[in-house]
Design a protein around this ligand. Structure first.
Ligand code: AQP
Length: 335
C-alpha cells in the first residue's frame, strides 16, 4: 500500500479522553507529540472509543474530551502542523478493529499486562478492555504510520500492532507499513510520587502521588514535598535501587532541561529536601504557561469543535484508502 505522504515519516499517537491528565502523560507522551509534529505528517487522536472500556460517566466523557483537546493545543500541538481529531469522528477506526480481530490471537490478548492490571479485582471486566489493543492497532495502521510516540507502558501494545500488521500482510498481501514505537530517553515511565515502584496514573495511582497538569501551583509543590524517597541522603540515579529519588531526578531533568548527571552533580551532598523543593518549583514553572493557554482555549467551545472537525475530515480522507484495501483484500464485495 503506498504512503499518502512520501519522503517523510507518518507519526500517529492516541491519548484517552477520560481521566485528568497527569505529569506522566505530559513527559511520556504529549512532549513527544509536540517534538514529532515536524517530523512528517503527524496525526494525534483523542481515543474516546477506548474510554468506554472501563467504568465511566457519559457526561464526564463528553466534557473531558473537549478539555483534552484544549490541553493538547495548550501544550503546543499546532493545527497547522499536525492533525488532531476524535476517534469517534472517523468510523474507519471501529471498522478496522473488527477486521483486524480476524488476525489477532485470543491468547495474545490475554497476555497483555494492561488488561491484567486494569481488570484485576474488578467485579465487571468489559469485553472492550480485552479487545482494546486491536482497536489501538487499527488506530495506528490506518495511517500507514512509521512512528508511534508513546510512554513505556504502551510498548507491549505497539509490539502487538506490529505483529497484527505482519500477520495481515502475510495473509492478505502487503497492506500496512510496519510501525515502530518511539519512547523518550528520559521519562518514559514516570512513577507515582507516593508509590515509586508503580507508574503515575490517574486511575490506578494514589491521588497524592499523581501530579495533574492543571493542579494549582501549591498543590504541585505539596505533592513533591511529601514525595516518598528512599533511605539515605545520596542523590543518585539508580531506578532499581532508589526508585523514589531516581524518579525525582528524571522529572527535574526534563522540567529544567538539564541532563541526569548534571542534576546528580548539582545536588551532591545536599540531600533530598532541596531536591524535592526544586522539582516542585520546576514543574510549577513548566505548567504555568500551559495552564494559561488552556484557560483561553477552553473558553471557546465553538472554535475547539471547529478545529476538531477540520482534523476529522483530514483523518477520514487519509484512512479511507487503507480501509478500502483491507476490505478488498479480505474478500468483501465492495460497495
Ligand atoms: N506514568 C507515565 N509515564 C510516562 N508515560 C505515561 N503515559 C501514561 N502514563 C505515563 C503515556 O501517556 C499516553 C497516554 O496515556 P492514556 O491517558 O491514553 O492512558 P494510560 O497510559 O492508561 O494513562 P493513565 O494515566 O494510566 O490513564 P488511566 O489512568 O486513565 O488509564 C501514552 O502514550 C502513555 O504511554
Amino acid at each position: 500500500m503506498s504512503k499518502a505522504f512520501s519522503g517523510s515519516n507518518v507519526v500517529f499517537s492516541g491519548i484517552q479522553a477520560t481521566g485528568a491528565k497527569q505529569l506522566g502523560n505530559y513527559i511520556g507522551a504529549m512532549r513527544q507529540y509536540v517534538a514529532t509534529q515536524d517530523e512528517g505528517e503527524a496525526f494525534f487522536c483523542i481515543v474516546d472509543l477506548h474510554s468506554i472500556t472501563a467504568d465511566y460517566d457519559p457526561q464526564d466523557l463528553h466534557d473531558r474530551t473537549l478539555d483534552l483537546a484544549a490541553l493538547l493545543y495548550a501544550v503546543g500541538l499546532d493545527p497547522k502542523r499536525c492533525t488532531l481529531f476524535l476517534q469517534s469522528h472517523v468510523t474507519a477506526h471501529a471498522e478496522s478493529a473488527w477486521l483486524l480481530s480476524a488476525v489477532t490471537g485470543f491468547g495474545q490478548l490475554g497476555r497483555m499486562t494492561q488488561f491484567k492490571e486494569k481488570g484485576e479485582g474488578k467485579e465487571f471486566v468489559s469485553a472492550g478492555l480485552f479487545t482494546y489493543p486491536v482497536l489501538m492497532a487499527g488506530d495506528i495502521l490506518l495511517y500507514q504510520t512509521d512512528i508511534v510516540p508513546v510512554g513505556d507502558d504502551q510498548r507491549q501494545h505497539v509490539e502487538l500492532a506490529r505483529d497484527i500488521a505482519q500477520r495481515f500482510n502475510a495473509r492478505y498481501g502487503e497492506t500496512f507499513t510496519i510501525p515502530r514505537g518511539v519512547f523518550p530517553q528520559v521519562g518514559a515511565r514516570i512513577m507515582d510520587l507516593q508509590e515509586p515502584t508503580k507508574k503515575m496514573s490517574t486511575s490506578a495511582g494514589t491521588p497524592q502521588g499523581t501530579v495533574l497538569i492543571l493542579d494549582e501551583p501549591d498543590t504541585i509543590r505539596k505533592k513533591f514535598k511529601t514525595a516518598v524517597t528512599d533511605s539515605g541522603r545520596e542523590v543518585r540515579y539508580a531506578p532499581d535501587e532508589k526508585p523514589g529519588v531516581s524518579n525525582l531526578i528524571e522529572i527535574l531533568s526534563v522540567a529544567s532541561g538539564t541532563s541526569i548527571p548534571e542534576v546528580e552533580a548539582a545536588y551532591d551532598g545536599r540531600g533530598y529536601g532541596d531536591l524535592k523543593g526544586d522539582v516542585g518549583e520546576a514543574v510549577v514553572t513548566l505548567f504555568a504557561p500551559v495552564k494559561e493557554r488552556y484557560a483561553e482555549l477552553r473558553a471557546d467551545d465553538g472554535e475547539l469543535r471547529r478545529l476538531l472537525s477540520v482534523g476529522a475530515e483530514k483523518a477520514r480522507e487519509t484512512a479511507k484508502p487503507t480501509l478500502e484495501s483491507m476490505y478488498e483484500r479480505m474478500g468483501f464485495v465492495l460497495r
